[in-house]
Design a protein. Structure first.
Ligand SMILES: Cc1ncc(COP(=O)(O)O)c(C=O)c1O
Length: 342
């Protein structure tokens, strides 16, 4: 099987398995796990923040951030297809009692003027308080799009002037960094908190980090506990996260090149694919010419040995990662091209 469903399917590397086998551990709820502490410090430093918190998943990191920044009844400005709104099982409503103000974006990128219009007037008692603006970089349903840094800067300045917090869902912040040449700590400087995943393109088996100020992380730690996310000898998994941050970032460029390869070869084969829109490790491909819906195409591809996900009625998403080679990408194109003819 050539698995192009997601970068979450990546296997831990041998170096990660070795680090896990020998990790020094303790009870992290007592803050006695030296490996977790080292990972949290490393992640915070790389993102230019004071402190970090190791969480089991990106979803937990985003939702702990929302719970920590917002009060019940507050409103969160978020892009209409953002992960925090679209893919987290209604968690912001269920766990934090907040509502989403959805701003439609283009490939997940909100126009700063649209964000400005969505901010509530604090003087009007009818309105909820705008507590937070969430920015997803890179944007998953936006096909791995990287935000224009000037948009992030403008939204951040607008938010700060009004006492509104910015949270960055940076599940793939290092893909954004590698693709744009803008360091992760520069992206993070425009946000009060950032969540980023170790378990996606960076290949760690489990875990994400939430970073921000010391005060924020202290409160977030309590909220993580409240959600049942206090872990004990978590250094076993944190050890793999350290290897991920120390060794797996630069190679993301290979995944980006493979995603461009997929898009250009599939376009040449007659699919609706736009190489110019491939900025990181995802390619959105319109499969209408096969005469199948995206769901049917996905099922047919699976039978032939290629795994992908359907994201709309017409489009599939192909995600490149450490465990698919350029050769396998060529092979996948050949298989999918054969489905146009059959
Ligand atoms: C942009 C984005 N944010 C958050 C998450 C959530 O991560 P997890 O699956 O670890 O909960 C994902 C997962 O795909 C994602 O793509």
């Amino acid at each position: 099987m050539i698995d192009l469903r997601s970068d979450t399917v990546t296997q831990p590397t041998q170096a990660m398995r070795d680090a896990m086998a020998t990790a020094e551990v303790g009870d992290d709820v007592y803050r006695e796990d030296p490996t977790v502490c080292r990972l949290e410090e490393l992640g915070a430093r790389m993102l230019g923040k004071e402190a970090g918190l190791f969480v089991v998943s990106g979803t937990m990191g985003n939702q702990v951030a929302i719970m920590t920044h917002a009060q019940r009844g507050d409103e969160i400005i978020t892009e209409a297809e953002s992960h925090v709104f679209y893919y987290e099982a209604g968690a912001m409503a269920a766990l934090s009692g907040v509502q989403a103000r959805q701003v439609p974006g283009r490939r997940g990128i909100m126009e700063p003027d649209d964000v400005k219009r969505a901010i509530r007037d604090t003087g009007n008692v009818h309105f909820p308080r705008t507590a937070l603006i969430a920015i997803e970089n890179t944007h998953n349903r936006g096909g791995g799009a990287v935000w224009p840094i000037e948009y992030v800067r403008e939204i951040s300045a607008m938010a700060r002037a009004r006492g509104i917090v910015v949270h960055m869902d940076g599940a793939r912040i290092f893909n954004a960094s590698v693709a744009s040449g803008i360091a992760a700590d520069v992206w993070a400087s425009y946000a009060d908190s950032v969540m980023f995943c170790l378990s996606k393109g960076l290949c760690a088996p489990v875990g994400s980090l939430l970073v921000g100020s010391v005060d924020f992380i202290e409160q977030a730690r309590r909220n993580r506990k409240r959600m049942g996310g206090g872990m004990r000898q978590a250094g076993i998994i944190a050890a793999a996260g350290i290897v991920a941050l120390e060794t797996m970032i630069d190679r993301l460029a290979e995944d980006h090149a493979n995603a461009r390869l997929l898009a250009s070869e599939l376009a040449a084969a007659g699919f609706g694919a736009d190489t110019a829109s491939v900025e990181t490790n995802m390619a959105m491909v319109d499969v209408s010419r096969s005469g199948m819906t995206a769901a049917e195409f996905k099922a047919g591809a699976r039978e032939r040995g290629v795994l992908c996900n359907d994201v709309t009625a017409t489009n599939i998403r192909l995600v490149t990662h450490h465990d698919v080679t350029a050769e396998q990408c060529h092979e996948a194109v050949g298989i999918m091209a054969s489905m146009l003819k059959s």
